[in-house]
Ligand binder design. Structure first.
Ligand code: SAH
Length: 364
């Protein structure tokens, strides 16, 4: 018996699906119908795709598959945030988070298993990079969450702020955005999607030329290279000034702003002089600052600042004319908050082992 390899429809953006269909003697326009079944109705079984001819349904059943991440566990926070553990075809697991009432509905989606950036305050960073997610796996998280939360027909936002550095997995992330925004895919407006990055410069320049432009969030975290280099290792390659210059060049729509995320760490980057330096740095950038008081965890050698320190920091920025918000921490009781996504059963890095030894609550 010969084993035939099946075409995984979930990995195909529209032109590729059209090509695959025409190669088998079918018409290209069926790609749109198949997209609508898959993304708008959540149907993966060709037998149920009732507006397709019997012949095409047979072709799909024989030659195609639609891989979907398996939902293995879900956990709900007292604040309504919900964390989903998903298993991929190779047994690797990732986490995705649903955050209600933000005021909209938001999905926090992963782009990699683990992360190579190794930011000093982030638990995912301690896993190291296990592998990139494929576009199908990135969009697959959205398919699974929409179904699990019965949200078909409900508008939602996506933040690429789960596990991984989206610009370190550039091609698959962009392909996922094309499927999410396709009129027969999830038909999302790019304005509902936010890509958060440590600021990989070459990829930022590429992103600036993309036809589909998500909102941009830069994980800045410190106003000087000396401070940032200690927190975000990649800063040794791309410094603060380079990132700010790239942001100033970035093509923004009218009224659009770049979000600068800033994790506040007690005594490290939360002092008044840090706030004053940050305000100076961002002068002339169309920005808003999102302050994220650290979500502390065992194995993370920093502390969350007091509410007073957070208010003082925000106040200094606001006094200098910056738009500032403080990110409310959501889902901390289920370890679904920023920087707390980490999953067991992967190759564990030494840092991850240390974290789990220090506090076994850390590992899901
Ligand atoms: N790699 C991307 C997206 C993932 S993280 C990036 O760096 O932007 C999303 C945000 O959570 C980032 O700003 C990240 O720095 C922040 N974060 C990581 N660990 C955190 C922690 N322990 N507490 C609060 N925020 C954290």
């Amino acid at each position: 018996m010969t084993t035939r390899s099946l075409v995984d429809v979930s990995e195909l953006e529209r032109p590729a699906l059209e090509t695959a269909l025409t190669a088998l003697g079918h018409r290209a326009f069926h790609a749109g119908q198949i997209f609508r079944w898959l993304y708008q109705r959540g149907v993966t079984d060709p037998a149920q795709m009732t507006d397709l001819s019997r012949e095409l349904r047979t072709t799909l059943a024989d030659d195609f598959t639609a891989a979907t991440p398996a939902l293995v566990h879900r956990e709900k926070s007292i604040d309504g945030t919900e964390k989903f553990l998903l298993r991929l075809h190779d047994g690797r697991t990732i986490e995705s988070v649903f955050i209600p009432d933000t005021p909209g509905m938001t999905f926090c989606i992963s782009t990699q298993v683990g992360c190579a950036m190794a930011c000093a305050f982030c638990l995912t960073g301690k896993m190291g990079l296990v592998r990139n997610l494929t576009a199908g796996e990135i969009v697959g998280q959205v398919r699974v969450l929409v179904d699990a939360l019965s949200m078909r027909g409900t508008a939602f936002n996506i933040v690429l702020m789960g596990m991984g550095e989206p610009l370190h997995n550039y091609d698959e992330t962009m392909k996922a955005l094309r499927i999410l925004t396709d009129k027969d895919g999830f038909a999302m407006s790019p304005k509902r999607i936010t890509l958060s990055t440590v600021g990989l410069l070459r990829e930022l320049e590429r992103l600036a030329k993309e036809p589909i432009m998500p909102n941009l969030a830069i994980s800045l975290h410190a106003p000087t290279d000396a401070q940032r280099g200690e927190l975000v290792p990649i800063n040794k390659k791309y410094g603060v000034a380079d990132i700010i210059a790239a942001c100033k060049r970035f093509p923004l729509k009218k009224r659009a702003r770049i979000t600068f995320e800033y994790v506040l760490l007690a005594g490290v980057n939360d002092r008044p002089e840090d706030a004053r330096r940050l305000a100076k740095l961002l002068a002339g950038v169309k920005s808003k600052v999102n302050l994220i008081p650290l979500n502390a965890a065992a194995g993370i050698p920093f502390e969350r600042p007091s509410d007073e320190a957070v208010d003082r920091f925000a106040g200094i920025l606001a006094d200098r004319g910056l738009l500032v918000s403080v990110r409310k921490s959501r889902g901390r009781d289920i370890r679904a908050a920023c920087g707390q996504l980490i999953v067991e059963g992967q190759k564990r890095s030494p840092g991850q082992k240390l974290a789990s030894r220090l506090d076994n609550r850390v590992i899901g």
